[in-house]
Design a protein around this ligand. Structure first.
Ligand SMILES: C[S@@+](CC[C@H](N)C(=O)[O-])C[C@H]1O[C@@H](n2cnc3c(N)ncnc32)[C@H](O)[C@@H]1O
Length: 222
C-alpha cells in the first residue's frame, strides 16, 4: 500500500522490512548510531511503573533503551513486519521472559491493545509510511490513557545523515501531523531536534457522548 506522503510503495529494506533485504535493513538500523531513538527517549516523561508502547518498533532499539534506562514496568511493541518482530523479540528476549516486554503484530491504525492501556505511546521514523495519517494518530491516542503522552517523530532536515535528510517531510506534512494530534490531545509541542522532528502531546479526557442535538466540541469538528 502507498503511504499518505507519496505515491511510491514502501520499500522492503527499512520501510516494511521483508525477506533477506529486510533482515539486512534491520541489522543496519540496529547498528546505526540510534541517535533518533536517544533524542525521542529524552522527551518521554517515563515514571517508575509506567507502561509504554512503541508502534513500528523495527529491530527494537528504543524498546531496549526504555527497558534499560527507565523504570517502566512494561514496554510493548507493535510492528507489521514479521522480520522486525523477530529481531526485536531477540533484542529484548530476557524482558519478554520476565513479562516486562511484549512484541505483537499490528499497525499504527490497528493496535492490538485496549483503550487507555498505556501511559506513553511513541512512533519513531514510521509515521510518513503509514497508509493514512488520521486513523493512525487516532489509534495511538485511543490506547493512551488521558493525561498520558503521545510522541510521533520523523527524520529531520537537519540530520547529519544525507539519506535521513532526503526523507524529511515538508512543512505541510509536519503541520498535518500536528493538526491530527490536536484532534485528540492538548499541549501539542513540536521539537526540532538534530535527527528528528518530534511532536509530543498530552492525551485529552475522552468526551462523553453528546446528547442528541448538541453540537460537537470545536476540536472534533476540525
Ligand atoms: C524505518 S523503520 C523504523 C524502526 C524503528 N522505529 C527505528 O526507529 O529504528 C520503520 C518501521 O515501521 C514499520 N511499519 C511499516 N508500516 C507501518 C504501519 N502502517 N504502522 C506501524 N509500523 C509500520 C516497519 O515494519 C518498520 O519496522
Amino acid at each position: 500500500m502507498e503511504p499518505w506522503t507519496s505515491h511510491r510503495p514502501v520499500n522492503r529494506f527499512a520501510g516494511l522490512p521483508r525477506g533477506v533485504l529486510g533482515r539486512f535493513g534491520g541489522w543496519v538500523m540496529a547498528r546505526g548510531g540510534n541517535a533518533s531513538q536517544h533524542e525521542v527517549l529524552g522527551l518521554l516523561p517515563v515514571e517508575p511503573g509506567d507502561r509504554v508502547l512503541e508502534v513500528g518498533h523495527g529491530p527494537g532499539v528504543l524498546i531496549r533503551l526504555l527497558l534499560e534506562s527507565t523504570e517502566a514496568a512494561f514496554v510493548a511493541g507493535v510492528d507489521p513486519s514479521d522480520v522486525m518482530r523477530s529481531q526485536a523479540s531477540k533484542a529484548v528476549a530476557g524482558a519478554i521472559l520476565q513479562g516486562r516486554a511484549d512484541i505483537r503484530a499490528g499497525t499504527a491504525d490497528s493496535v492490538p491493545y485496549g483503550d487507555a492501556s498505556f501511559d506513553h505511546t511513541v512512533s519513531v521514523n514510521n509515521v510518513a509510511i503509514w497508509p493514512s495519517l488520521a486513523p493512525g494518530v487516532a489509534e495511538l491516542c485511543r490506547v493512551t490513557r488521558p493525561g498520558g503522552t503521545v510522541a510521533i517523530a520523523w527524520h529531520s532536515r537537519t540530520s547529519p545523515s544525507r539519506p535521513e535528510r532526503s526523507m524529511a517531510l515538508d512543512e505541510d506534512g509536519l503541520d498535518r501531523i500536528q493538526r491530527a494530534l490536536r484532534r485528540h490531545c492538548a499541549q501539542v509541542v513540536r521539537h526540532d531536534l538534530t535527527h528528528v522532528v518530534c511532536f509530543t502531546a498530552v492525551r485529552r479526557q475522552v468526551s462523553p457522548p453528546q446528547p442528541f442535538g448538541q453540537p460537537p466540541d470545536a476540536d472534533s469538528a476540525t
